[in-house]
Write a protein that binds this ligand. Structure first.
Ligand code: NAD
Length: 499
């Protein structure tokens, strides 16, 4: 692991790319987490009473501060995670975009909506959107800014208070972002970051908050969803993936290979929406496979803040072991290594080469299981129908990608079982479509982030219905049968008129 915990409850973060110490921070237990939730609960009514316009100003100031402190944030993200600079930049971009989007969008989404009623004019109904209370966020290590703070932003904009548990490998990013939010004017106790273990701090949140937002593995997500179910609190889980990419028969191979490479190896493959399976149409396979392998072999890999590095290290030696064991298992069962398939000890103990596998047999673990590392396999298919069938033959459904002529790709995209489908992009077009919902089908998740769903999930709806002129049960003095006849006529009339 890149972190070490001592008995005095501090945690030391090491850079997984070069082993240097990045920083130290407190490491808390369940009691501290519960105290944070209590303080958040006490603060929440006051924060909810703050005008949305005021919250918007704070969020736009935060947006500016993120951009102003971009270099510092990039350094922290890279140093505690080991990722390359461009992957870190995607986080800063997302964070600023999310702050801007919900700063402007919240006012409209939180305004009461008028609703259809049975007796127009007589009943006036509006739907109000109230905050749920205290939102708990449990985040993973792979995108420490996006999957922690970008998810807190819509929750905060609604008027909730938030207690956030970052992953123990990467707490420094969210701690620094929380300082920037405070500098932007966010009052104390609206967002509290509590580094600690899943067993202690994570479980304390699961058992005390009013809504749980979780990003991480499908197995942990399923456990937490059932705990949230026991408590009857809202839950959203952004979980694992085994994302497919299809290269169509009409793809211009030379033009697509570098984009496909980015789709597979961005963030060292430790990206829930990155590609682990490629289905290439036989018409272009002979050209695509060698061109793709050549492109992968040109990647610049290493530690450091240089913008030109294409891929950094894995998060830990455990993760490097996991990746190596997936590849060894596949090779022992007959897979062929087209490139990679080995550690890169000269660069550091947590580096693993970008790996392309061919002829992966169905009984290899990585055929279906998520590796979460820089490993992709290619299968040749005889038709687009076969590509779609194979792409959908998975327990996951997070992201998918199609490369080819737009009309062909669109036809395929509409048949894929995934929360996002990117055409001539790996994942970034879907992810950065901040106004569109993002999340997983099947075992890839419950609920959505981004779009209106990504804010409204942190609300409770309150329907306020006001009756005027005549009661629903009919006016006093009118025979019930006459009233029933009148309502029946109204229904008949309303069928085509009151749509
Ligand atoms: P993980 O499930 O092991 O841990 C995620 C977080 O949950 C960590 O903060 C951890 O401390 C906490 N946690 C673990 N067990 C807990 C428990 N019993 N109670 C409370 N908290 C607990 O996942 P990971 O290995 O850190 O992340 C990798 C996984 O996350 C991959 O499967 C990846 O696909 C997925 N992921 C999904 C998305 C998405 O948006 N869909 C994004 C990033 C990562």
């Amino acid at each position: 692991m890149t972190t070490s915990v001592n008995n005095n409850t501090t945690i030391t973060i090491k850079n997984p790319a070069d082993g240097t110490i990045v920083g130290t921070t407190n490491y808390y237990g369940a009691d501290t987490a519960l105290e944070a939730v209590e303080r958040a609960r006490a603060k929440q009514p006051e924060w909810a009473a703050t005008a949305v316009k005021e919250r918007k100003k704070i969020m736009l100031r935060y947006h500016d501060l993120v951009l102003k402190h971009q270099k510092e944030l990039l350094d922290i993200i890279q140093d505690e995670n080991g990722k390359n600079r461009r992957a870190a930049f995607e986080e800063v971009l997302d964070n600023a975009l999310t702050a801007r989007h919900y700063a402007y969008r919240a006012e409209k989404l939180l305004s009461p909506d008028r609703a259809k009623v049975a007796l127009p004019i007589a009943t006036k109904t509006q739907v109000q959107h109230a905050p749920v209370g205290v939102v708990g966020i449990i985040a993973p290590w792979n995108y420490p800014l996006v999957l922690a703070i970008s998810d807190a932003i819509p929750a905060i904009m609604v008027g909730n208070t938030v207690v956030l548990k970052p992953d123990s490998s990467t707490p420094l990013t969210s701690l620094r972002a929380a300082e920037l939010l405070a500098e932007a004017g966010l009052p104390k106790d609206v967002l509290t970051v509590v580094p600690g273990s899943g067993r202690e701090v994570g479980q304390a949140l699961v058992n005390s908050v009013d809504y749980l937002m979780f990003t991480g593995s499908s197995d942990t997500g399923a456990k937490l969803a059932s705990q949230a179910g026991e408590r009857l609190i809202g839950f959203s889980g952004e979980l694992g993936g085994k994302n497919p990419l299809i290269v169509t028969s009409d793809a211009d191979v030379d033009k697509v290979v570098s984009g496909v490479r980015h789709a597979c190896f961005s963030n060292t493959g430790q990206l829930c929406i990155s590609i682990e399976r490629i289905y290439v149409h036989r018409d272009v396979a002979d050209k695509f496979i060698p061109a793709f392998v050549r492109c992968v072999e040109k990647m610049r890999i290493g530690p450091g803040h240089d913008w030109d590095i294409d891929m950094g290290s894995l998060i830990s030696s455990d993760q490097a072991d996991t990746v190596a064991s997936f590849v060894e298992d596949a090779v022992s069962k007959g897979a062929t290594v087209a490139t990679g398939g080995k550690r890169l000890p000269d660069l550091g103990e947590n580096f693993y080469a970008p790996t392309v596998l061919l002829n992966v047999p169905e009984n290899a673990r990585l055929h279906r299981e998520e590796v979460f590392g820089p490993v992709v396999y290619i299968e040749v298919v005889d038709s687009h129908e076969e590509a779609i069938r194979r792409a959908n033959d998975t327990e996951y459904g997070l992201n998918a990608s199609v490369w080819g002529k737009p009309a062909t790709a669109r036809e395929i995209a509409s048949q894929l079982e995934a929360g996002t489908v990117n055409i001539n992009e790996g994942y970034a077009a879907g992810w950065s479509s901040i106004g569109a919902p993002m999340g997983g089908w099947k075992r890839s998740g419950v609920g959505r982030r981004h779009g209106d769903d990504g804010l409204l999930k942190f609300t409770e709806a309150r329907t306020v219905a006001e009756q005027r002129i005549v009661p629903i049960a009919g006016p006093d003095g009118l025979a019930p049968e006459k009233w029933a006849n009148l309502l029946t006529m109204a229904l008949k009339y309303g069928r085509d008129v009151l749509r």
